[in-house]
Write a protein that binds this ligand. Structure first.
Ligand SMILES: Cc1cc2nc3c(=O)[nH]c(=O)nc-3n(C[C@H](O)[C@H](O)[C@H](O)COP(=O)(O)OP(=O)(O)OC[C@H]3O[C@@H](n4cnc5c(N)ncnc54)[C@H](O)[C@@H]3O)c2cc1C
Length: 392
């Protein structure tokens, strides 16, 4: 089948790799003139790593990623550990694949290599899709430069501001969540030895604000994401903001958090608005479907957005191998994916309430009641996109 994918992000490349492996003819059209991811990190839990394993990326991931020992939820000022989710060996033993922290660029490069090894012409750059029309026999896609292409199946993997989504679901823009995210990364050697965090994913929780810190690139870089409730601002991953505002947002926080803020380059502080959408149950026509942030963008508070895009890619490719008509396959795909992705979106939103509680006692109680370790080990991480039952 001739498949066109709009968007060469993590979801689009994962889909291309899975579909090429099945023998489909795949072309990925990416608007950026050069391929590259934004310099930030992502966490990949077993549910997504099983797909990376399927694509032959285990050895590569082992060489570029960090394996944290645990998620540690800590109080923002005194550092009290409120809850722990074991990762490391425990995660791998329980769920059959490791938990990784990886630079987005490294993950993107790994996926791209797989795609190009299967078809060196699969990715077209500088092609911004602007118009789509569907007939009984195919889909026509027009690009900004006036060129066009046709597909038997079109997959919109074009992120939160998806153009493809407009032809499938609605033209509503995503909504601002009232929260923004600071993003900084700092060479580990800049942080005084005694204030370097352990090899964990630490989440520092405070009033209307939380900060996530973890290592990437074999521990040589530390990633910091600070999520603060703030008025609306521009949604862009590349907008720099004054260090003084970052300093202000984290005044009075624990010395381990302060050590990162105090030692970062003052002109390297990025901040962007976090947007979201209400989950939907249907996102396909007869020949067009969506995946990843194009259909179910989520707050990053469970570290699952990219993982969901990768799961989508794997399940979609498996469903397309069934002996059914294309519209039925697309229906099956969305039926399989909608409940799970909606739960991730919903629970990620709820995490803001938990992580941002002002009162310490109340926060302690809330973490105890919620028992994130039991919950995530119970339903989130055990999911296996390569083996989940496709037809009941
Ligand atoms: C602060 C933060 C931390 C996060 N941490 C994690 C984490 O730890 N773990 C995790 O799993 N997820 C995490 N996520 C979520 C994750 O980054 C996203 O869910 C993921 O990148 C979505 O991938 P995607 O391929 O669907 O979309 P995108 O990565 O947005 O890719 C879309 C691509 O489509 C291209 N495009 C857009 N429009 C067009 C067009 N018209 N024509 C052609 N190309 C087009 C874009 O240029 C882009 O390359 C985090 C997100 C944030 C904001």
């Amino acid at each position: 089948m001739k498949v066109v994918i709009i968007g060469g992000g993590i979801g689009g490349l994962a889909a291309a790799a899975c579909l090429l492996k099945q023998g489909h003819h795949v072309r990925v059209y990416e608007q950026a003139p050069e391929l590259g991811e934004i310099g930030a990190a992502v966490q990949m839990s077993a549910n997504a790593v099983k797909v990376l394993d399927h694509l032959g990326l285990r050895e590569y991931m082992e060489s570029v990623a960090v394996k944290p020992k645990a998620f540690e939820f800590r109080r923002y000022d005194d550092g009290e550990i409120l809850h722990t989710i074991p990762l490391g060996d425990s995660h791998e033993a329980q769920h059959g694949a490791p938990y990784y922290q990886v630079h987005r660029v490294d993950l993107h490069v790994g996926l791209l290599r797989v795609v190009l090894s299967l078809d060196k012409d699969a990715v077209r750059l500088g092609c911004r899709a602007v118009e789509i029309s569907e007939t009984e026999t195919g889909v026509n896609i027009k690009f900004e430069d006036g060129s066009a292409t046709q597909a038997e199946l079109l997959i919109g993997a074009d992120g939160i501001k998806s153009v493809v989504r407009k032809y499938v679901i609605d033209t509503e823009p995503p909504k601002f969540t009232g929260q923004v995210a600071w993003r900084i990364s700092i060479p580990t050697e800049r942080i005084p030895q005694e204030l370097r965090p352990d090899v964990v994913s630490s989440i520092w929780c405070g009033p209307k604000n939380h900060a996530v810190m973890y290592y990437m690139r074999s521990g040589t870089l530390l990633n910091f994401v600070g999520c603060v409730e703030r008025p609306w601002e521009e949604e862009s991953w590349t907008t720099k903001k004054p260090w003084t505002e970052l300093d202000e947002d984290y005044r009075g926080w624990h010395p381990i958090v302060r050590a990162v803020i105090d030692n970062v380059d003052h002109d390297q502080c990025y901040r962007w608005a976090l947007n979201n959408r209400e989950p939907v149950l249907e996102w396909s026509t007869k020949r067009i479907t969506l995946l990843g942030d194009a259909v179910h963008p989520t707050l990053p508070y469970m570290a699952q957005g990219a993982a969901m895009a990768i799961e989508d890619a794997a399940v979609l490719s498996r469903v397309l191998a069934l002996d059914v008509e294309l519209p039925d396959a697309l229906k099956t795909y969305q039926e399989l994916r909608a409940p799970r992705t909606a739960r991730v979106v919903r629970e990620s939103t709820e995490m803001a309430d938990l992580y941002h509680i002002s009162n310490k006692e109340e926060m302690r109680r809330a973490f105890k009641n919620r028992n994130l370790s039991e919950s995530r080990n119970g339903w989130l991480y055990p999911y296996d996109p390569m083996n989940v039952t496709l037809v009941k």
